[in-house]
Design a protein around this ligand. Structure first.
Ligand code: ADP
Ligand code: MG
Ligand code: ZN
Length: 259
């Protein structure tokens, strides 16, 4: 009987307590009330007035989305930055035209690498200038991106320049650059060994390799293995050779083939 009068009189609200929410640090008024209509009519609930935890969650989700977008913008900026060369922009596996048997095999091995991509296996393309190392490694990123993998193509010397530049830039930090690199499913580090040989560049290389431990990387270099080891130092070299398939590309400079 008592219940019925209350119900007829409208939603009964009983003040339970006032407190500061642990989540949002707002003053919260907690009330007990009975839902007056709708499918849950008559149900007794406890409501917190003044708590903005849900709003904060929404704002956080929006921020995460913004960061993702910022990352993808950074990544695209990176790729463009490295791909200033127009003919490399158009490089695909299909338009790689091997000029000798060795390069035919290299192309087949690259196709096999793409076909069996597991996110962990690394590749080292070693060979002379103009044999098509950058061309083939860009082809890998194009094919894998079609399959939904996040790929990044970076010239290692240019990356170092870019990192140095972040030291006096406000919009991008070195950490943000390294995070984009760390996230990629496949990273191409192009032209290793063409950077200035310093302790700093060796330490940056180690940082990148260490951050990506266990994730697939394609390296390209003009250096032979002994020179590469000497250039990047023993510790980096042994990291680079861990779970890495080496493809040696011997061929004259494709750009000079007409001469
Ligand atoms: N076998 C090939 N077929 C078609 N284009 C090639 C071939 N080899 C090289 N190229 C082109 O020649 C240029 C130099 O090749 P690149 O991949 O940059 O050589 P590397 O990185 O080995 O120095 C690029 O524009 C590339 O697209
Ligand atoms: Mg190259
Ligand atoms: Zn709250």
């Amino acid at each position: 009987m008592e219940n019925a009068t209350k119900y007829v009189a409208g939603p009964e609200q009983k003040l339970l307590k006032r407190f500061v929410c642990q989540g949002c640090h707002q003053q919260v008024v907690q009330k007990q009330l009975i839902i007056p209509f709708g499918p849950r009519e008559g149900e007794q609930i406890i409501a917190n007035y003044g708590c903005i935890c849900d709003d904060i969650k929404l704002a956080e989700a929006a921020e995460r989305k913004y960061n993702l977008l910022k990352h993808s913008k950074l990544r695209d900026g990176f790729n463009y930055y490295s791909l200033t060369n127009k003919s490399l922009q158009e490089a695909t596996l299909e338009n790689y035209d091997p000029t000798n048997n060795n390069l035919t095999v290299a192309k087949q091995k690259v196709a096999e690498y793409i076909r069996t991509f597991d996110g962990e296996q690394n590749l080292l393309l070693s060979g002379n200038y103009g044999s098509g190392k950058s061309h083939l490694s860009i082809s890998i990123t194009k094919k894998l991106m079609e399959q939904g993998f996040e790929c990044l193509f970076l010239s290692f010397p240019k990356l170092l320049t870019k990192i140095k530049r972040t030291y006096n830039m406000k919009d991008v930090s070195e950490d943000e650059l390294l995070e984009v690199i760390q996230r990629a499913d496949l990273l191409v580090l192009d032209d290793i060994g063409a950077e200035q040989q310093t302790e700093w560049s060796a330490s940056k290389l180690f940082e990148v390799l260490d951050d990506r431990a266990g994730k697939a990387t394609v390296y390209t270099t003009n250096l032979g293995s002994a020179e590469l080891k000497e250039h990047v130092n023993e510790r980096n070299f042994s990291r680079m050779m861990d779970n890495t398939h080496v493809i040696v590309m011997k061929g004259s400079d494709y750009r000079r083939r007409a001469f």
